[in-house]
Design a protein around this ligand. Structure first.
Ligand SMILES: Nc1ncnc2c1ncn2[C@@H]1O[C@H](COP(=O)(O)OP(=O)(O)OP(=O)(O)O)[C@@H](O)[C@H]1O
Ligand SMILES: [Mg+2]
Length: 364
């Protein structure tokens, strides 16, 4: 889907307004602190029910206000939105004017992907960041994943509680059996998904980093050794698990890494190349979501100017012209956007916005 317009009230520093977007490309330019990231955050919030900047949803409400409101109209005039007071425990969610109980009902056709300067954590941070990225894609692409992950998380909590209390008994055996079964199920799903991402990624690297496309390999860690059964790993680590009070192997330890000649991307690539790689990875995930869900994801890119030189931005332009989805891109300066702007004889349409003190205005 694409967003036809977005209504915001009391969200961060954004003034109350309704913003009409282009169904293709939207450039949002403004000074530091003007509200660019807040605008992308508002769109992301509607898709995910949370921010990409904070896990505390109260922080997105304007400092001086008690309730924030967000609402979008899509290209078929369906509307959906949410509001939340600082004191409230849950959201008030509405679809076409009617109240719905779950956020997931809100966002059935709304798949939002984001690339920000913080996305580098996917390369430099711990496994948790990478799991989050893969699991977000799996949520859309592998339908069984969500429910299996919920069951697995409960099993993991039970098993860890037993380990902490040094409770060796029939229930330890029971929870270990369950833990192994679900770890294997999740591992198979993730492995298949990683293979899909990897082959889709090749297509995008051909455009964004053609000089490296042949050299990048995906290395995947399922959470325990490739050559051993999880059951045997846990049996041999039994003493250690009881001492530490948590499960030392299993699906919760999943990680994936891309390597160049055995070295990490972070070691091998420059900052600009890393950004191109992150974009390629995001585009790959978006294409998978589009193929499986039959919906076009919306892409948010915060601060495109940082790191990318002119030739990288030209490659980026080529990539987004084949992506064919709605895109919102922010930059501090118009200069950073120039190489991306399509000339009149090129197909892609775009709209340019300027942000000042939380107000987003279309510039002609
Ligand atoms: N809850 C809030 N209520 C009101 N204002 C807020 C709130 N949270 C953040 N702000 C302010 O909103 C302003 C806009 O922040 P935002 O991160 O969107 O700016 P930006 O345009 O992305 O800037 P930069 O170019 O530095 O990334 C900041 O001045 C910030 O202090
Ligand atoms: Mg910002």
């Amino acid at each position: 889907m694409s967003i036809e317009s977005l209504y915001v009230k009391n969200f961060r520093n954004l003034t109350e307004q309704r913003i009409s977007f282009n169904s293709n490309l939207n450039f949002i330019v403004g000074d530091n602190g003007s509200g660019k990231s807040s605008l992308l955050e508002a769109v992301f919030f509607l898709g995910h029910g949370k921010s990409f900047r904070t896990s505390k949803s109260d922080l997105v409400c304007h400092f001086d206000e008690d309730v924030f409101f967000l609402n979008v109209k899509d290209e078929s005039s369906n509307s959906f939105g949410l509001s939340k007071g600082k004191e409230d425990v849950s959201f008030l969610i509405k679809k076409n004017g009617n109240r719905v109980s779950r956020l997931s009902e809100l966002a059935t056709d709304f798949a939002v992907q984001v690339v920000t300067p913080e996305s580098f954590r996917l390369l430099s941070g711990g496994a948790k960041e990478r799991r989050k990225f893969i699991d977000l894609g799996m949520f859309h692409v592998k339908h069984e994943f969500s429910s299996q992950w919920k069951i697995f998380s409960k099993i993991l909590r039970q098993r860890n509680a037993l380990l902490k209390n040094r409770f060796e008994s029939k229930s330890y055996e029971y929870w270990t059996n369950e833990f192994v079964t679900y770890s294997k199920l999740l591992s198979e799903l993730r492995e298949k998904y990683c293979e899909l991402v990897s082959s889709e990624l090749t297509q995008w690297l051909k455009i964004l980093l053609p000089e490296l496309v042949e050299t990048i390999d995906l290395s995947y860690y399922r959470g325990w050794s490739k050559s051993r059964e999880l059951f045997d790993v846990l049996a041999s680590q039994r003493e250690k698990e009881f001492n530490q009070g948590f499960s030392v192997a299993g699906a919760q330890k999943f990680d994936f890494k891309f390597l160049i000649g055995g070295h990490s991307i972070e070691q091998k690539l420059s900052r600009g190349q890393q950004k191109l790689f992150l974009l390629a990875l995001t585009f790959a995930q978006m294409k998978l979501i589009e193929k499986v869900k039959q919906v076009k994801p919306i892409l948010l890119i915060d601060d495109i100017g940082a790191e990318l030189d002119l030739s990288s931005r030209t490659r980026f332009k080529e990539a987004i012209s084949t992506l064919s989805c709605q895109i919102l891109i922010t930059a501090i300066e118009q200069e950073a956007i120039k190489p991306l702007v399509f000339a009149e004889n090129e197909l892609k349409e775009y709209t340019m916005f300027h942000v000042k003190h939380g107000q987003i205005l279309e510039s002609k």
